[in-house]
Design a protein around this ligand. Structure first.
Ligand code: F6P
Length: 325
């Protein structure tokens, strides 16, 4: 393996609060360990089209507390093609970048894995996504902040739900994982959560209505995981048809969930895995995602991080059920 002198860092896919803290950590730790750092703008798009700048510690000053990503981000269709990845490799050669740190979610780390295999190029991943759906790490960068944002929104919606005695279906992000829905429902004291992982095959809406929550409560909050066919609108429509006595409203929280200043937890996670990424490079590791499990920094092969399904703790379903009576 040739000596690594310069490390490129990029953010890719949906932004998440704490990505800036991760960029700062990677940059400063790399410089501390004698590497040069180059910031790659707009994710894999910037890698293909050579939108790259040398970073010093000043480039990452005063960003630990900011949301979004100073490197900006993109979902690159071109990088999904062999021709796109070839262009990306040519840029890396031209810029004399010897290793890549990719901060992103499932799709971004899949891209990193493919690229690393195709070009035998050292790639390290950091789990940057609000969805918390990467295997091998207890949490992902941005998840905690988003959970807090959702909880805050639900608290506010509850005020009006209670005043009007309404059922609110509140849709949250998560792609096809229910971590945000499940845990925000517990944190906000919601009456139910409709999540993709509840694979009992039963109708979650009927279960919820038949439990007769309305007997003891005048208003209800149901958190619904986003889904193209069975989102909050779908359930609200059904209640309007099947239970016409109820006054129903929908609130889709949307992209506000991805913004805002990162929580202390996300800043610490991002800082730890950023340093972990540089340590991985120093140790000659490649094709791994850096995570934190049981409060220890761990290195998870890309294939596991993206290929294995991270299980939702089934006990949480019980916690929510018992506490929402
Ligand atoms: O993966 C992060 C995420 O916010 C998902 O929860 C959501 O489904 C998706 O990105 C939305 O993507 P976009 O911002 O491209 O609409």
């Amino acid at each position: 393996m040739s000596k690594i002198r310069t490390i490129g860092v990029l953010t890719s896919g949906g932004d998440s609060p704490g990505m800036n803290a991760a960029i700062r950590s990677v940059t400063r730790s790399a410089i501390c360990n004698g590497f040069k750092v180059k910031g790659i703008y707009r994710g894999y798009e910037g890698l293909i089209h050579d939108e790259i700048k040398t970073f010093t510690t000043e480039n990452v000053s005063n960003i630990i507390q900011t949301g979004g990503t100073i490197l900006r981000t993109a979902r690159s269709k071109e990088f999904e093609t062999p021709a796109g990845r070839k262009k990306a490799y040519e840029t890396l050669r031209k810029e004399a970048i010897d290793a890549l740190v990719v901060i992103g979610g499932n799709g971004s780390l899949t891209g990193a894995m493919l690229f690393a295999e195709e070009y035998d190029f050292p790639c390290i991943g950091l789990p940057g996504t609000i969805d918390n759906d990467l295997y091998g790490t207890d949490s992902t960068i941005g998840y905690d902040t988003t959970l807090n944002t959702i909880t805050d929104c639900v608290d506010k919606i509850r005020d009006t739900a209670a005043s009007h005695e309404r059922i609110f279906f509140i849709e949250v992000m998560g792609r096809d994982a229910g971590f945000l829905a499940q845990n925000s429902a517990i944190a906000a004291g919601a009456e139910a959560a409709i999540i993709p992982e509840d694979s009992t095959g039963s109708d979650q809406l009927i279960q919820f209505m038949e439990r007769g929550i309305r007997k003891s409560k005048k208003s209800c909050i149901v958190i619904v995981s986003e889904s193209p066919k069975c989102g909050a609108m779908h359930y609200a429509e059904r209640v309007r048809k099947e239970y016409p006595n109820f006054d129903v409203r929908v609130s889709i929280l949307g992209h506000l969930q991805r913004g805002g200043s990162p929580s202390a937890r996300d800043r610490i996670l991002a800082s730890r895995v950023g340093v972990g990424a540089i340590q991985a490079i120093v140790q000659g590791q490649r094709n791994v995602m850096v995570g934190v499990r049981n409060n220890e920094v761990v290195y998870v092969p890309f294939i596991d991080a993206i290929g294995k399904r991270k299980p939702l703790d089934k006990n949480l379903i019980r916690v929510l059920d018992e506490l929402s009576i």
